[in-house]
Write a protein that binds this ligand. Sequence first.
Ligand SMILES: Cc1cc2nc3c(=O)[nH]c(=O)nc-3n(C[C@H](O)[C@H](O)[C@H](O)COP(=O)(O)OP(=O)(O)OC[C@H]3O[C@@H](n4cnc5c(N)ncnc54)[C@H](O)[C@@H]3O)c2cc1C
Length: 253
Amino acid sequence: MTATENLPPHAIRRVRHETRRRRLEVAEANLITPRMKRIVLSGDMDGFVSLGADDHIKLFFAAADGTAQMRDFTPRAYDVAAGTLTVDFALHEAGPAAEWATAAKVGDMLDLGGPRGSAVVPHDFDWYWLVGDETALPAIGRFVEELPPGAKVTTAVAIADAGERQSFATKADWTALWAERDTAGADDTAALLALLDARPFPAGDGYIFVAAESSVARAIRARLLERGHPRAQMKAAGYWTRGLADAHERIED
Ligand SMILES: Cc1cc2nc3c(=O)[nH]c(=O)nc-3n(C[C@H](O)[C@H](O)[C@H](O)COP(=O)(O)OP(=O)(O)OC[C@H]3O[C@@H](n4cnc5c(N)ncnc54)[C@H](O)[C@@H]3O)c2cc1C
């Protein structure tokens, strides 16, 4: 008997994992869009488990002073048998993760730990909205790809320009909305809200995932709650905070 059999409809299944630190080697490093670098790591993936699309792993980077800096990233894809783990890095100006990813080349090594746990969102919702910026694209992409055929999903993602759009292999009924800063303006909150406010919630029970810069995620969550979306059917997270290093948060009341 699996844990899911006893869960009520729409229940998020939480699973803890044994975790250990691993050292993996960069096997591939390619820009999938001008500002998103896909790194395929290779090595001992024995025991690696990631059951939730928005799971995170801890990556360890050496800072200039020799100390280790940890940053959270999404396991975009993995294959234990093949010994591979794919991570997509949104490239930005500064920070140990962005600097490492910008320079990363085949043969480089990376230490990581986790995921420590997964929150598995069930596929029994009538619809899904996935909202965020480029740091959320790995989780959003994984989410869309994992949804079953015909599932209704809309994504709304803030990106620099049309060159950052991504396409996901999915049989779900996927509507992709993009807020491109070069035309929509630099304010992600306003641009994303403009996309969302124009759309009534579909009929039935929906699940909403929001992950973006902290103030953006907070504002979007507030608007969706104001529009009447149930708290329990939404997860909002600040994946980074403007002006602060390694600053992320789960947004709750
Ligand atoms: C659960 C979770 C999953 C995540 N998954 C991914 C992922 O798969 N891919 C991914 O790219 N990111 C992901 N992120 C976001 C990532 O952890 C942060 O962007 C992190 O701050 C990057 O570390 P850094 O060392 O590059 O910059 P930091 O040292 O943390 O920050 C340095 C400066 O850069 C700014 N900054 C940080 N991130 C950005 C950004 N994206 N754009 C512009 N400025 C920024 C900070 O405000 C700070 O001023 C995830 C975060 C969480 C919490």
